[in-house]
Design a protein around this ligand. Structure first.
Ligand SMILES: Nc1ncnc2c1ncn2[C@@H]1O[C@H](COP(=O)(O)OP(=O)(O)OP(=O)(O)O)[C@@H](O)[C@H]1O
Length: 270
């Protein structure tokens, strides 16, 4: 079943510059990373999916419904978007109120919203901060509040814009765990990322945007094996992939365990 279908999508902010041109994409259940250099059109694309922008031409279907027929409020029941900058999203003075706002806004009761908010805050590791003011917390914690706010809305599609930015090792591990859990629970997870190591470890599918078009789209291993095409889009391979190559191995490795297992098995057979 495809959850999102994008058909001949083009977009311009109103000047003459086309930011996205003729995109055709489908999103099913696979965890999907969107990568590409700054200005490639990634954030514009997810804002279109979320209904915050309207296509200049083409269509976006969510569960086979054309988003042109849905209000942003209706769309909010299907798609959650975690903004790149938490300060663009947070506006309440208490963490719990901030996280409850989304579910309340799309029609869940006070009791349900509180339950979902507490569950989401637990998942992001902030259950001890429910009564704090978000602006008394660190930037990485504020980012986690915005993640919780979207999780609490229980949407089937969850999009993250640069979730690892400003997160330390622990924060990134938490995000990996959250994304894996969402996927395990049958949600569609899409994320814009600049951290190639994170992409390699978590995502099944990777789409490379370049100047408003799709340059590559496929399983993450095959995308990261194409070093020249990545270079053309000003992107690097993940660190572990580069190490494997430097060791003279032909395979494309996506995590340390794979690389070590391969190296050890070669050692045993030599
Ligand atoms: N509100 C806006 N009005 C006019 N142009 C905009 C607006 N927002 C973005 N742009 C332009 O659209 C282009 C694509 O921007 P977008 O933010 O979608 O790229 P991106 O791939 O997400 O980049 P980054 O990785 O830096 O977030 C850029 O040239 C940007 O300057």
């Amino acid at each position: 079943m495809n959850l999102i279908r994008v058909q001949d999508l083009s977009f311009s902010y109103g000047d003459n510059q086309m930011i996205l041109q003729g995109l055709n994409l489908e999103f099913t259940e696979q965890t999907t990373a969107i990568i590409g250099q700054n200005g490639a059109g990634k954030t514009t694309f997810v804002k279109l999916l979320k209904g915050l922008l309207t296509p200049s031409s083409g269509d976006i279907f969510i569960n086979n419904i054309n988003t042109k027929e849905l209000t942003a409020a209706k769309l909010a029941k299907y798609i959650g978007l975690v903004f790149q900058n938490p300060n663009d999203q947070i506006f309440k003075s208490k963490v719990i109120d901030e996280v409850m706002f989304g579910p309340l806004n799309i029609g869940y009761s006070e009791k349900e919203s509180k339950e979902y908010a507490i569950e989401a805050l637990e998942l992001v590791g902030l259950s001890g901060e429910v009564d704090r003011n978000p602006y008394d917390l660190s930037l990485s914690q504020r980012k986690m509040i915005t993640v919780a706010s979207v999780l609490a809305m229980q949407t089937n599609i969850i999009i993250f814009d640069e979730p690892t930015m400003g997160q330390d090792y622990e924060g990134k591990e938490k995000l990996k765990e959250i994304m894996r859990r969402l996927h395990h629970n049958g949600k569609l997870v899409i994320s814009i990322l600049h951290d190639m190591d994170f992409v390699a470890e978590v995502f099944e599918r990777t789409i490379v945007f370049n100047r408003g078009r799709v340059l590559m789209d496929g399983d993450t291993r095959s995308v990261f094996s194409k070093v020249e095409m990545l270079k053309g889009a000003y992107l690097d391979q993940p660190f572990v992939t580069q190490v494997g190559k430097q060791l003279g191995f032909a395979d494309t490795f996506l995590n340390v365990d794979e690389l070590v297992e391969y190296a050890v098995s070669r050692e045993i057979h030599n």
